[in-house]
Write a protein that binds this ligand. Structure first.
Ligand code: ATP
Ligand code: MG
Length: 423
């Protein structure tokens, strides 16, 4: 029969990799706890128009990358290509704006984009992201960036640079768009078809073109920083002051425009120089107009999205030492039918008391059972045979030191708790 394989750009996560995922998710949960962000889980799919409105009709995501389909009820549905628009939808739907502000949320979510798969670029990938609603203040921008920086620190990732920029508010943006359009027209014949197509509709998007030749031409483009109005300029300066006060180093980089239309004022990226082309591990910024675009009242907001696969890639590239291997507290083997009953009774007690215990399911010889105990990294082991049944006690051996103690069956749980508590 024809072999059925996972779809291109998707991956099974299991074994050692799964342990790395669980570890990073733990780190994220603790991090968000420390910074006061609460978890939210939104559905895997939403109405397509949410993303058209939220992400923007001229973006690569909406134009080329969405997994959209019509369901049996004729609804136009899309697998989420990012989570900010869904979180905004939920924020409005559940009137979170009526609660004490700011609202601080985080998510860890599968994310779907129809892209050309390569290292660090998949069709189903995972994002960790945070959103803070209800504050205009530069302190919110700085706090969001600090979450990203602390995450990288806790993951032991050092070779990353923080790039920041400001895209200004609607007024500065309009002014800049005019200047940029004039510039782009002057370069017209050197730009790719997509850029030429976009330069009138959404000139800022052109700066985000992935084409090498275009990027070369765009080097001389006027920067938005020169057209920032008073208020946006002051905001951006305050963000920088706060970052410095919080001990973060950064590069002001006018080429950072981000791939989504909803950003205003601060935008930023953490870029690794360790994993090649797909180096952006985390990107975000302020999006003061998005809540309105999705259908709510004007609500300032700021957040970021980080690619979990890329974080794992960078973490692996920088930290060569592996995670501590998986282990079990105790292996209890047996010889004979009667001992088998006792062994499974005993491990069941241990497990119920929160001690990880294993026995043999494959009718192995005693020698093979001990090899298995080694293989699963059991910290302690014991074999129940005839004499143990007779004496109602077993020998618990420390697998590292070889030391053994005799323990009555009924005391095993409390003795093990003691030993493991000390270890
Ligand atoms: P890129 O320029 O690499 O396509 P992007 O600007 O499209 O990234 P965002 O929409 O900002 O990315 O998503 C946030 C993060 O999600 C990125 O910085 C990246 O780490 C990760 N990411 C984006 N697309 C993918 C993908 N197809 N596979 C794996 N990770 C991804
Ligand atoms: Mg992209």
């Amino acid at each position: 029969m024809e072999e059925i394989r996972a779809l291109k750009g998707t991956k099974d996560i299991f074994g050692e990799d799964m342990r790395k995922w669980l570890d990073i998710e733990d780190i994220i949960r603790n991090l968000c706890d420390d910074f006061g962000f609460n978890q939210i889980r939104t559905p895997i799919f939403e109405l397509t128009k949410l993303f058209k409105r939220g992400v923007g009709e001229t973006t690569d995501i909406v134009n080329k990358e969405m997994y959209s389909f019509i369901d049996k009820g004729d609804n136009d549905i899309t697998l989420k290509p990012e989570s900010t628009a869904p979180v905004v939808r939920a924020y409005l739907e559940h009137a979170m704006h009526a609660e004490t502000q700011p609202t601080k949320l985080y998510y860890i979510s599968p994310t779907f984009r129809y892209e050309k798969p390569q290292a660090g670029r998949q069709r189903q990938f995972h994002q960790f992201g945070i959103e803070m609603f209800g504050s205009d203040s530069p302190t919110a921008d700085a706090e969001v960036i600090a979450v990203g920086q602390t995450l990288l620190k806790r993951l032991g990732i050092k070779k990353v640079d923080l790039h920041i920029n400001s895209l200004g508010g609607p007024e500065c943006r309009n002014k800049y768009n005019e200047i940029l359009r004039t510039f782009l027209h002057s370069k017209q014949e050197h730009l790719c078809e997509l850029c030429r197509d976009r330069m009138d509709k959404n000139p800022l998007r052109v700066l985000d073109c992935k084409n090498e030749k275009c990027q070369q031409e765009l080097k001389e483009a006027p920067t938005i920083l020169s057209t920032l109005g008073q208020e946006c300029k002051a905001h951006f300066e305050k963000v920088q002051e706060l970052l410095t006060a919080m001990n973060m180093t950064f590069i002001v980089d006018p080429s950072i425009v981000r791939g989504l239309d909803y950003y205003t004022k601060t935008v930023f990226e953490f870029v690794s120089n360790d994993i090649g082309a797909q180096g952006t591990v985390c990107g975000g910024g302020r999006y003061d107009k998005l809540v309105e675009e999705v259908g709510g009242k004007r609500t300032p907001a700021v957040g970021f999205g980080a690619g979990m696969e890329r974080l794992l890639l960078v973490r692996d590239a920088e930290n060569k030492e592996a995670l501590k291997p998986a282990s079990r507290d105790i292996f209890i083997g047996y010889r004979g039918e009667e001992a088998m009953l006792e062994a499974f009774k005993v491990i069941n007690h241990l497990r119920q008391a929160g001690i990880s215990a294993e026995s043999d399911h494959l009718q192995r010889s005693i020698k093979a059972q001990m090899r298995y105990a080694n293989k699963i990294n059991a910290k302690f082991s014991s074999i129940i045979g005839e004499s143990e049944l007779e004496e109602k006690a077993l020998q618990v051996k420390n697998m590292e030191t070889g030391e053994a103690v005799t323990v009555p069956f009924e005391q095993l749980v409390s003795v093990m708790k003691n030993i493991l508590g000390e270890a």
